[in-house]
Write a protein that binds this ligand. Structure first.
Ligand code: MLC
Ligand code: AMP
Length: 512
């Protein structure tokens, strides 16, 4: 394969890095990394991974604090043809154990503080364990992966990949059973980056405030890839902190965030027209943005937040327009290369305008399938290749897609997905618990608050704190119920199934 036909995502992104001395990432403390630095660091990581035995197609699992080097490591994994597998830093040993066991990475990069705990898992999966940690500003500061890295050559021959080769696997929980690894190809990621940069009008002059985590689609493939694909810059923040975001805005042009970012900004008096006058774009996604938040933000700043809709398996599917109405409560039009239809969830029959049904998606953004789960993959696609998203919606007369509910039992808290079944299984295993139902109810800060409703034996003497204490260490912290309420019995339908909608109504005021 010649260099010009290389569909490796890194080759595609780095074509836009025409000014090596330009800043790619600036940190809050003033330190900066140029595109040349990103070339050099990613080459060194690629060389290092290769020396650790990584061959094209091998998985490289990474569970580390956010840093510019973590982005370079992602680029380095792409350059050596590996499949990048980022893991949420909140995942517990039990959760990581499942992912590593399932994906069988060649290399697992973890936080040095967790090395002792995670080493047996890495060894059981046959992975080399190396470590990397970051300082508070977002610079990798220690760890065995950095040992001798500076002496490593900056020359690296990028591995050629076809568009259909895997670039990444991202685990996504399921409504039932085990988490599934969504296999994303170089074309999936490249097509999405290209489309979004174009419709959101990103150019090399843009400066994005990057305050999202790097282990999910939004922060890694949308924010990072869009910036990299046009040679733009970012203000790199290790986490979403209001002071730093306000400090960054006068030098920045765009922000991408989950709705919690916007409700927190609105709660702050510093959010004004003047504070946002240098910004040209605010993007929201990963969870529903309340129409009320959209309107309040417009009134305070004069900026209409641009809401888009996506998921791990597909990257972005729809976006409100850059020009034209950004409709509060709607997620906009299909991306130029994406087809969307609304179907009857049971029969798959296509529905008409304004009719509510299952949102189905087809396009170069749609993943290749679930890692080592061919049957599960087949069951989530229609015979004509459309992916069944599990989201319920409609398309209105103007062509805007609206999400009106979820066909899947899912809670989205601050942009993180929590599958009730997973939490319920852990609660049900606690001695004294008869049964539990986990629901999402409106939460001022997180959009939805994970809430456990529990029936327990009277003689067990269980209380809220005990239940939460038992779940800590088993489940990532964002999955922990914000509240546990005890009831004598559950409302049930005639089939005996717990009526979660009744529970949601009963507890809807819990966090407001
Ligand atoms: C943190 N905590 C949460 C939480 N985030 N609890 C519920 N839901 C969340 N989202 C808990 C922590 O466990 C901790 O608990 C306490 O809150 C404080 O932690 P923190 O780290 O200080 O939280 P904070 O910085 O306030 O984080 C909130 C947040 C963050 C909203 C900024 O969660 C965030 O960045 N979310 C973005 C998620 C994201 O990137 N989603 C995209 C997925 S991709 P304790 O008990 O330890 O104090 C996708 C596809 C698409 O969905 O369309 O984009
Ligand atoms: P994830 O599995 O983390 O990729 O989450 C994807 C899910 O987040 C989608 O299937 C939707 O349910 C939800 N989602 C993403 N963006 C939006 C949005 N703008 N509005 C409503 N829900 C959204």
């Amino acid at each position: 394969m010649s260099a010009t036909t290389n569909a490796n995502l890194f080759a595609i992104l780095s074509r836009a890095w025409r000014e090596p001395a330009k800043t790619f990432a600036r940190l809050a403390d003033g330190r900066a990394y140029t595109f040349q630095d990103m070339f050099d660091m990613s080459a060194r990581f690629a060389g290092r991974l290769r020396r650790l035995g990584v061959e094209p197609g091998d998985r490289v699992a990474v569970q580390v604090e956010k840093s510019v080097q973590a982005i370079a490591l992602y680029f380095g994994a792409l350059r050596c043809g590996a499949v990048f597998l980022p893991l949420n830093t909140a995942y517990t040993e039990a959760e990581v154990g499942y992912f590593i066991g399932d994906a069988e990475p060649r290399v697992f990069v973890c936080d040095p503080r967790r090395e002792a705990e995670l080493r047996p898992l890495a060894e059981a999966a046959g992975a080399h364990l190396v470590t990397m940690d970051a300082d508070a500003a977002g610079v990798a500061s220690s760890g065995t992966l950095l040992d001798g890295l500076a002496e490593q050559s900056v020359a690296f021959d990028d591995v050629a990949r076809t568009g259909d080769d895997l670039a990444a696997i991202l685990y996504t929980s399921g409504t039932t059973g085990r988490s599934k690894g969504a296999m994303l190809t170089h074309t999936n990621l490249a097509s999405n980056a290209r489309s979004l940069a174009e419709i959101w009008r990103f150019t090399a002059d843009d400066v994005l405030i990057h305050a999202l985590p790097l282990f999910h689609v939004h922060g890694l493939f949308i924010a990072t890839n869009v910036v990299a694909s046009v040679g733009a810059s970012m203000v790199f923040l290790p986490a979403f902190k209001l002071d730093e975001v306000f400090r960054a805005m006068p030098q920045a042009t765009a922000l991408m965030g989950v709705p919690t970012f916007y409700t927190r900004l609105l709660d702050d008096q510093r959010l004004t027209r003047e504070a946002t006058s240098h910004m040209r774009l605010f993007v929201s996604g990963s969870a529903p943005l309340l129409a009320e938040t959209h309107r309040a933000f417009s009134e305070r700043t004069g900026h209409a937040i641009l809401e888009r809709y996506g998921m791990t398996e597909t990257g972005m599917n729809t976006s409100n327009p850059y020009d034209g109405d950004r409709v509060p409560g709607a997620v906009g039009f299909p991306l130029p290369d994406v087809d969307i239809r609304i179907c009857d969830p049971d029969t798959g029959r296509a529905l008409a305008t304004e009719e509510i049904g299952m949102i189905e998606v087809k396009g170069p953004n749609v993943f290749k399938g679930y890692w080592r789960m061919p049957e599960k993959t087949a069951s989530e696609f229609r015979p004509d290749g459309y992916f069944i998203t599990g989201d319920l919606g409609k398309i209105d007369a103007r062509g805007y897609v609206h999400i009106v509910g979820r066909g899947k039992d899912l809670v989205i808290s601050g942009g993180y997905n929590v599958y009730p079944k997973e939490v319920e299984s852990e609660i049900d295993a606690i001695p004294g618990v008869t049964e539990s139902a986990v629901i999402g109810v409106p939460h001022k800060d997180f959009g939805e608050g994970v809430t456990a409703v529990v029936v327990a034996r009277a003689d067990a003497g269980l209380d809220e704190a005990q239940i939460i204490a038992r779940l800590k260490g088993r489940l990532a912290s964002y999955k922990l119920p914000k509240r546990v309420v005890f009831v004598d019995q559950f409302p049930r339908n005639t089939m005996g199934k717990i009526q979660k909608n009744v529970l949601r109504d009963t507890f809807q005021g819990l966090y407001l």
